[in-house]
Design a binder for this molecule. Structure first.
Ligand code: N01
Length: 560
């Protein structure tokens, strides 16, 4: 049954014919901004989210210790409203999950977003209808929703990955995934034998906290990480003032350079050992991403990268009392190629008597039994098992919905050998569908909220362009996609980010095509999409719904 979306007094933006102008999936930071922007443009918009509250990743990731990493406060926020910047008070350099969620709730109230957000509602199917040029969505509530445009704002880290361990379902203790932490109760580790699989950002934040109360904590580590000290602390008054008083310039600089504050230009390879050590020590004390950012060549020159990598290894050796344990925690791959992690007391946790580490690269997990984890050289009895095993990153949120484009072609089939997109915003064969913070965009390498705003503005612009021209359908031309893929890959090849296994590459998910999914030049990306807009949206085809239906050969063409 189509949902009748009637114009209501309290809901001026819903359409009178029951058809939305825009349906947005996801009420996280991208979806919320898109709603705000598109509603300002006069569109009938509705956002759907499976969660019971707004906030996306910050709604789900409630595990103890969850807090933001780079760039942290006061820059981890929306930038479009100076009033919002002026009125919100960040208290810490790395705000924790409750603080970020309150901020996002404040934004939802401040801009009256909630009236157009439908929570606790999953989109279970999304299909493009050729004749009408509309997207037809099915919801978990049994509704059918029709919309001219579909925006995926499902998030880059929303599709929790649970490895298919044999016997996982048979475990009789408590099992949690960090990305689906219980909403309704605190998890009590007191006196329990806890096992955690995974030492990415989530595991690293959680481990020292569990260690404080668990009887025993066993960390199942596959790959050691470079964990930098977060050094979360109260946000200095000067920084608060600097941000509030100089907001337009800081925003402008962030748009132009990807950073609100200037980046170091000096090169590690050109500094003397003495100078470099002093700079590294200072950066280690300052915390956050200072160590990565204290020289300009860490992520481009392998020699500089090895210098900073060795400095971190030295710090790990110093932090851990048992040299055998330290040895297991030492990373020997490109520093920063896996996302860098900010920790608090992470390495020190391994000095506790109740914490032990198991190298599951050497002795892989064989199965989970009803009472614990069995590896190839031992059995670990547990009361609680935590999966800090990450996400089907960047694409998983959308491919798990698996929308159907023209001729019923599924996105997962189109992307089976790797992502194809134009500007990371649109996919040929999926007219009127736009993706925010998707693959082949700088989503995770650019200030998050600012990136969402620039993409949201761009999408609003192309929809306006179509509307003004009397067009119903906008579609990326298939011919533009290979060149875009090459452009993204070429930038990645010039950096060190693509030189290690990571979720940026899809290598954390068995069977996922290996492809560097992130556009590493954030400012360049935003200039590029701006130029496309200025050119009248070169590479997009605009048409009327009735002439938009394509030949039967279409499916074969996109799948070839
Ligand atoms: O996930 P991850 P995450 N057997 O993919 C291991 C953001 N974030 O949730 O490295 C054994 O990084 C896997 O091992 P390996 C941030 O962008 C931000 O921790 O693949 N182990 C790895 O150790 C982050 O990068 C914040 O060899 C298995 C771990 O599980 C992203 O989210 C906080 C395994 C997964 O690490 C994801 O972080 C939290 C298996 N079969 C998250 N499968 C902040 O803002 C996987 N692993 C601070």
């Amino acid at each position: 049954m189509p949902v009748r979306l009637k114009r209501k007094k309290d809901n001026v933006n819903t359409s009178s014919n029951g058809i939305l102008d825009v349906a947005i999936i996801g009420a996280g930071l991208t979806g919320m901004y898109a709603l705000h922007k598109l509603r300002e443009e006069g569109h009938a918009v509705r956002v759907f989210d499976r969660a019971d509250g707004v906030g996306g990743t910050w709604w789900w990731n409630r595990y103890p210790g969850a807090r933001v990493d780079s760039p942290g406060a006061p820059f981890y926020c929306y930038t479009f409203s100076e009033d919002l910047v002026a009125e919100w008070e960040w208290l810490e350099t790395q705000p924790d999950q409750p603080a970020i969620l309150s901020y996002l709730n404040h934004v939802a109230d401040r801009f009256d977003l909630r009236r157009d957000i439908q929570l606790a509602t999953s989109i279970t199917d999304a299909a493009y209808e050729e004749d009408s040029g509309l997207w037809v969505l099915a919801t978990s509530k049994g509704e059918e929703v029709r919309a001219r445009y579909l925006i995926s704002a499902v998030g880059t880290l929303s599709d929790a990955y649970k490895p298919a361990f044999d016997g996982l379902a048979s475990f009789r203790g408590e099992v949690y995934h960090t990305g689906h932490w219980p909403q309704d109760h605190d998890v009590d580790f007191t006196g329990k034998r806890v096992g955690i699989i995974g030492t990415g950002s989530s595991g690293v934040q959680l481990i020292p906290i569990i260690a404080e109360s668990a009887a025993a904590l066993t960390v199942f580590q596959r790959t050691p990480q470079y964990v930098l000290p977060a050094r979360n602390r109260p946000l200095a008054e000067e920084l608060k003032t600097l941000a509030k008083e100089n907001w337009p310039e800081l925003r402008e600089r962030a748009v132009a350079t990807g950073r609100p504050l200037p980046k170091a230009q000096e090169l590690a390879v050109e500094a003397s050992q003495e100078e470099r050590n002093a700079v590294y020590e200072q950066a280690w004390l300052t915390g956050g991403m200072s160590l990565r950012d204290c020289y300009g060549d860490h992520m481009s020159d392998p020699e500089a990268n090895e210098l900073v990598a060795e400095f971190v290894r030295k710090k790990i050796r110093e932090a851990i009392t048992d040299p055998d344990v330290a040895e297991q925690l030492l990373p020997y791959y490109i520093f920063g190629a896996k996302r860098l992690i900010l920790g608090t007391g992470y390495y020190e946790a391994f000095n506790r008597d109740n914490v032990s580490i198991v190298d599951v690269k050497k002795a892989p997990i064989v199965c989970i039994t009803d009472s614990g984890v069995e590896t190839s050289d031992g059995f670990y009895e547990l009361d609680v098992l935590i999966l800090a095993t990450g996400y089907d990153a960047i694409t998983g949120g959308l491919t798990s919905l698996n929308p159907r484009g023209r001729d019923g072609v599924r996105l997962r089939d189109v992307w089976s050998k790797g992502v194809q997109s134009y500007l990371g915003l649109a996919v040929s064969g999926f007219p009127n569908m736009f993706i925010m913070h998707g693959p082949q965009t700088p989503a995770v390498k650019y200030p998050m909220h600012l990136g969402a705003e620039l993409q949201g503005d761009w999408i609003a612009g192309i929809i306006r362009h179509a509307k003004n021209g009397g067009f119903d359908t906008v579609e990326a031309q298939a011919a533009m996609q290979p060149a875009w893929g090459k452009e993204v890959a070429a930038i990645a090849d010039r950096s060190l980010y693509s030189k290690a296994e990571s979720w940026y590459m899809g290598s954390n998910i068995p069977g996922k095509p290996r492809q560097f999914m992130v556009h590493l030049d954030g400012p360049g990306y935003h200039r590029r999409i701006h130029e496309v807009a200025e050119s009248g949206y070169e590479g997009f085809e605009f048409s009327k719904a009735d002439v938009a239906a394509e030949s039967d050969a279409y499916a074969a063409a996109v799948l070839s």
